[in-house]
Design a protein around this ligand. Structure first.
Ligand code: AMP
Length: 176
Protein backbone atom coordinates (compact mmCIF):
# COMPACT_ATOMS: atom_id res chain seq x y z
CA UNK A 1 0.00 0.00 0.00
CA UNK A 2 1.49 3.34 -0.97
CA UNK A 3 1.93 5.88 1.78
CA UNK A 4 -0.19 8.85 2.75
CA UNK A 5 2.60 11.04 1.39
CA UNK A 6 2.33 9.48 -2.08
CA UNK A 7 -1.41 10.17 -2.13
CA UNK A 8 -1.07 13.92 -1.58
CA UNK A 9 -0.93 15.78 -4.91
CA UNK A 10 1.54 18.66 -5.12
CA UNK A 11 0.66 21.56 -7.40
CA UNK A 12 3.51 24.05 -7.90
CA UNK A 13 2.51 27.68 -8.46
CA UNK A 14 -0.99 27.40 -6.93
CA UNK A 15 -2.57 29.69 -5.77
CA UNK A 16 0.42 31.89 -6.65
CA UNK A 17 4.05 31.59 -7.78
CA UNK A 18 6.41 30.26 -5.09
CA UNK A 19 3.74 28.18 -3.31
CA UNK A 20 3.40 24.42 -3.76
CA UNK A 21 -0.21 23.57 -2.95
CA UNK A 22 -0.49 20.26 -1.10
CA UNK A 23 -3.80 18.93 -2.38
CA UNK A 24 -5.41 16.26 -0.17
CA UNK A 25 -8.40 15.59 -2.45
CA UNK A 26 -6.41 12.72 -3.97
CA UNK A 27 -5.84 11.28 -0.47
CA UNK A 28 -9.50 11.73 0.50
CA UNK A 29 -10.63 10.09 -2.73
CA UNK A 30 -8.58 6.97 -2.05
CA UNK A 31 -10.44 4.53 0.23
CA UNK A 32 -7.32 3.11 1.88
CA UNK A 33 -5.56 6.46 2.05
CA UNK A 34 -8.51 8.24 3.69
CA UNK A 35 -8.95 5.46 6.24
CA UNK A 36 -5.24 5.34 7.03
CA UNK A 37 -5.05 9.11 7.50
CA UNK A 38 -8.06 9.15 9.85
CA UNK A 39 -6.74 6.12 11.78
CA UNK A 40 -3.35 7.79 12.23
CA UNK A 41 -4.95 11.06 13.36
CA UNK A 42 -7.04 9.15 15.93
CA UNK A 43 -4.38 6.73 17.16
CA UNK A 44 -2.49 8.97 19.66
CA UNK A 45 -5.80 9.97 21.26
CA UNK A 46 -7.47 6.57 21.56
CA UNK A 47 -8.08 5.89 25.24
CA UNK A 48 -7.46 9.52 26.25
CA UNK A 49 -10.22 11.84 27.35
CA UNK A 50 -11.36 13.90 24.37
CA UNK A 51 -14.75 15.63 24.65
CA UNK A 52 -14.91 17.40 21.28
CA UNK A 53 -13.12 17.51 17.96
CA UNK A 54 -12.81 20.97 16.36
CA UNK A 55 -12.12 21.08 12.61
CA UNK A 56 -11.02 24.15 10.67
CA UNK A 57 -12.97 25.11 7.51
CA UNK A 58 -12.98 23.51 5.03
CA UNK A 59 -10.67 20.49 4.77
CA UNK A 60 -10.55 20.20 8.56
CA UNK A 61 -14.30 19.46 8.46
CA UNK A 62 -13.81 16.33 6.36
CA UNK A 63 -10.97 14.94 8.46
CA UNK A 64 -12.28 16.22 11.80
CA UNK A 65 -15.75 14.83 11.21
CA UNK A 66 -14.33 11.37 10.58
CA UNK A 67 -12.03 11.63 13.63
CA UNK A 68 -14.94 12.74 15.85
CA UNK A 69 -17.02 9.82 14.61
CA UNK A 70 -14.22 7.37 15.35
CA UNK A 71 -13.66 8.82 18.86
CA UNK A 72 -17.45 8.89 19.45
CA UNK A 73 -17.43 12.58 20.38
CA UNK A 74 -19.12 15.72 19.04
CA UNK A 75 -17.74 17.93 16.28
CA UNK A 76 -17.22 21.71 16.38
CA UNK A 77 -16.89 23.56 13.05
CA UNK A 78 -14.37 26.40 13.19
CA UNK A 79 -15.69 28.59 10.37
CA UNK A 80 -14.54 31.60 8.42
CA UNK A 81 -16.12 34.92 9.42
CA UNK A 82 -19.85 35.38 8.89
CA UNK A 83 -20.88 31.80 8.12
CA UNK A 84 -22.37 30.65 11.43
CA UNK A 85 -26.05 31.46 12.10
CA UNK A 86 -26.14 31.65 15.94
CA UNK A 87 -24.16 33.94 18.29
CA UNK A 88 -20.41 33.56 17.81
CA UNK A 89 -17.04 34.31 19.31
CA UNK A 90 -14.24 35.15 16.88
CA UNK A 91 -10.47 35.38 16.68
CA UNK A 92 -8.38 37.23 14.10
CA UNK A 93 -5.19 35.96 12.52
CA UNK A 94 -2.64 37.55 10.24
CA UNK A 95 -2.43 36.74 6.56
CA UNK A 96 0.40 37.81 4.29
CA UNK A 97 -1.75 40.80 3.36
CA UNK A 98 -4.33 41.74 5.97
CA UNK A 99 -6.22 39.70 8.55
CA UNK A 100 -8.81 36.94 8.54
CA UNK A 101 -11.15 35.73 11.24
CA UNK A 102 -12.45 32.36 12.42
CA UNK A 103 -15.55 31.86 14.54
CA UNK A 104 -17.37 29.24 16.61
CA UNK A 105 -20.80 29.27 18.17
CA UNK A 106 -20.85 30.49 21.78
CA UNK A 107 -22.38 27.20 22.96
CA UNK A 108 -20.18 24.85 20.89
CA UNK A 109 -17.71 24.10 23.71
CA UNK A 110 -18.48 23.67 27.42
CA UNK A 111 -16.16 24.86 30.17
CA UNK A 112 -13.51 22.21 30.80
CA UNK A 113 -14.10 20.33 27.53
CA UNK A 114 -10.93 18.71 26.24
CA UNK A 115 -10.81 19.59 22.55
CA UNK A 116 -8.74 17.98 19.79
CA UNK A 117 -8.04 20.45 16.95
CA UNK A 118 -7.79 19.07 13.40
CA UNK A 119 -6.78 20.57 10.06
CA UNK A 120 -5.27 19.25 6.85
CA UNK A 121 -2.02 21.25 7.00
CA UNK A 122 -0.02 23.51 9.27
CA UNK A 123 2.17 26.21 7.70
CA UNK A 124 2.64 29.39 9.80
CA UNK A 125 0.25 28.10 12.47
CA UNK A 126 -1.76 31.33 12.24
CA UNK A 127 -5.08 29.62 11.53
CA UNK A 128 -4.56 26.93 14.17
CA UNK A 129 -3.42 29.58 16.66
CA UNK A 130 -6.66 31.51 16.18
CA UNK A 131 -8.68 28.30 16.58
CA UNK A 132 -6.79 27.56 19.82
CA UNK A 133 -7.67 31.03 21.14
CA UNK A 134 -11.34 30.38 20.35
CA UNK A 135 -11.31 27.02 22.14
CA UNK A 136 -9.76 28.66 25.19
CA UNK A 137 -12.08 31.71 25.07
CA UNK A 138 -14.98 29.24 25.20
CA UNK A 139 -13.50 27.62 28.33
CA UNK A 140 -12.14 24.53 26.59
CA UNK A 141 -8.75 22.91 27.03
CA UNK A 142 -6.69 22.08 23.92
CA UNK A 143 -5.95 18.37 24.26
CA UNK A 144 -3.84 18.32 21.09
CA UNK A 145 -3.51 19.61 17.54
CA UNK A 146 -3.33 17.15 14.66
CA UNK A 147 -2.60 17.78 11.00
CA UNK A 148 -2.04 15.46 8.07
CA UNK A 149 0.73 17.67 6.64
CA UNK A 150 3.49 19.71 8.27
CA UNK A 151 5.58 22.30 6.41
CA UNK A 152 8.44 22.39 8.95
CA UNK A 153 10.45 25.07 7.14
CA UNK A 154 7.66 27.55 7.87
CA UNK A 155 7.75 26.70 11.57
CA UNK A 156 4.10 26.75 12.66
CA UNK A 157 4.26 23.41 14.43
CA UNK A 158 7.40 24.42 16.37
CA UNK A 159 5.70 27.67 17.38
CA UNK A 160 2.59 25.89 18.71
CA UNK A 161 4.69 23.33 20.57
CA UNK A 162 6.85 26.06 22.11
CA UNK A 163 3.61 27.64 23.36
CA UNK A 164 2.71 24.35 25.05
CA UNK A 165 0.30 22.82 22.53
CA UNK A 166 1.23 19.24 21.62
CA UNK A 167 1.10 18.70 17.86
CA UNK A 168 0.93 15.52 15.83
CA UNK A 169 1.49 15.45 12.07
CA UNK A 170 1.49 12.50 9.66
CA UNK A 171 3.82 13.65 6.87
CA UNK A 172 6.19 16.55 6.27
CA UNK A 173 6.93 18.32 2.98
CA UNK A 174 9.83 20.63 2.26
CA UNK A 175 9.29 24.21 1.16
CA UNK A 176 6.29 26.53 1.26
P1 AMP B 1 -1.30 28.57 8.29
O1 AMP B 1 -2.39 29.38 9.00
O2 AMP B 1 -0.25 29.43 7.67
O3 AMP B 1 -0.73 27.49 9.18
O4 AMP B 1 -2.00 27.86 7.05
C1 AMP B 1 -2.78 26.72 7.24
C2 AMP B 1 -4.05 26.76 6.44
O5 AMP B 1 -3.84 27.22 5.11
C3 AMP B 1 -4.65 25.37 6.34
O6 AMP B 1 -6.06 25.47 6.54
C4 AMP B 1 -4.29 24.90 4.96
O7 AMP B 1 -5.37 24.23 4.36
C5 AMP B 1 -3.93 26.16 4.17
N1 AMP B 1 -2.60 26.05 3.51
C6 AMP B 1 -1.51 26.82 3.79
N2 AMP B 1 -0.47 26.51 2.99
C7 AMP B 1 -0.90 25.49 2.18
C8 AMP B 1 -0.27 24.71 1.14
N3 AMP B 1 0.99 24.88 0.76
N4 AMP B 1 -1.03 23.75 0.56
C9 AMP B 1 -2.31 23.54 0.94
N5 AMP B 1 -2.95 24.25 1.89
C10 AMP B 1 -2.26 25.22 2.51
Amino acid sequence: MSSIRDKVRSIPGYPKPGIVFRDITTLLGDAQGFRKAVDELVQPHAGRRIDKVAGIEARGFILGGAVAHQLSVGFVPVRKKGKLPFTVIGADYELEYGVDRVEIHTDAIQKGDRVLLIDDLIATGGTAGAAIRLIEMAGGVVAGCSFVIDLPEIGGRAKLEAAGYPCHTLVAFEGH
